[in-house]
Design a protein. Structure first.
Length: 311
């Protein structure tokens, strides 16, 4: 069988070589996210990586000749689960992610492992992203999650933290910024447009709080005038922008609204704050009554308390 990589472009070959080294070292993550403006050979590269994972001859994977390798090429391997938006402009629905629970915890049928391929992972809504996060937090040992996304700024930072990131292009001029994401959201929903209008003031409030370490009670009293679920969403976007900046995501992607000189906050603190927001939203969705003033103040103090421990 002719080698598939013989048809790879130089860019694809370079990516595949890096992946091969990771496999040889045993350091390939169980959750991989390939992001950036897609280049032509990415699908072939991921197909070859999938062969490498599922090959029945691991000592020379991918052999290209075993039943597993051949079924991967034919798109018929029983241990591969593919998830993608149903339509070109639609989101990945939560039902598609929940269905993985019936797959990933069962014994593979042919190979020693399973592979879950998620195309356009940046088009998961918050519900489906949270469902995937639960799987990534305690991943089954024999399952590899391979995600592909054109951009990072609509993905949960908590998902990013649990994935091995692979940039597939050196050019990001086609990547959409968070400004674009917010504008699309505002155009689709007038209520979200009103919500986004509060962002500049909230960003300024949080910046002053973090830099000057002022009491959070006054800011909490101001924010408590809004719906707590909406405040949580705004804080989610703000905290996400802080994480993206720490991770070196380009300023263009982060967006003009979030171009703030935040103090240096360790990533683990930002992820802990994001987890706190996830827990808050979960309780609100369950109909649990919460004191908005105390909840917001407690969240703000989380930054300072964790910073004091880190220092």
């Amino acid at each position: 069988m002719p080698s598939l990589e013989s048809s790879f472009s130089a860019e694809t070959k370079a990516l595949f070589d890096r992946l091969t080294i990771q496999v040889a070292r045993g350091s390939l993550g169980h959750a991989l996210l390939f992001y950036g403006s897609s280049f032509r050979g990415l699908a072939s590269c991921l197909q070859r990586l999938t062969q490498m994972i599922l090959c029945q001859h691991p000592e020379r994977a991918p052999c290209g000749d075993c039943q597993a390798c051949r079924l991967v090429l034919l798109g018929q391997h029983p241990d591969i689960t593919m998830i993608a938006p149903e339509k070109k402009r639609s989101n990945i629905k939560i039902e598609s992610i929940r269905a993985l629970n019936d797959v990933v915890y069962t014994t593979p049928q042919l190979s020693a492992r399973r592979v879950v391929l998620i195309q356009s992972a940046d088009r998961m809504n918050q519900a489906s992203a949270n469902a995937l996060l639960k799987l990534l937090e305690e991943p089954p040992g024999a399952v590899y999650f391979i995600l592909q996304a054109n951009q990072l700024n609509t993905l949960l930072p908590t998902i990013l933290s649990r994935c091995q990131l692979w940039r597939v292009t050196l050019q990001d001029q086609n990547d959409q910024s968070m400004d674009h994401f917010l504008q699309v959201a505002a155009d689709d929903d007038p209520d979200i447009a009103k919500l986004i209008a509060q962002l500049p003031d909230m960003i300024l409030d949080l910046e002053r709080f973090l830099i000057q370490k002022q009491q959070g009670c006054a800011i909490a009293a101001k924010w408590a005038a809004f719906d707590l679920t909406e405040v949580a969403m705004l804080l989610y976007w703000i905290n996400a922008s802080m994480i993206y900046q720490q991770m070196g995501v380009s300023q263009k992607q982060v967006g003009t609204l979030f171009q703030v000189q935040w103090p240096i906050i360790p990533l683990f603190i930002l992820f802990q704050q994001m987890d706190s927001l996830n827990q808050l939203v979960k309780k609100l969705n369950q109909g649990i009554s919460m004191n908005a003033l105390l909840t917001i103040e407690h969240f703000l103090l989380g930054y300072l308390e964790e910073l004091s421990h880190a220092g």
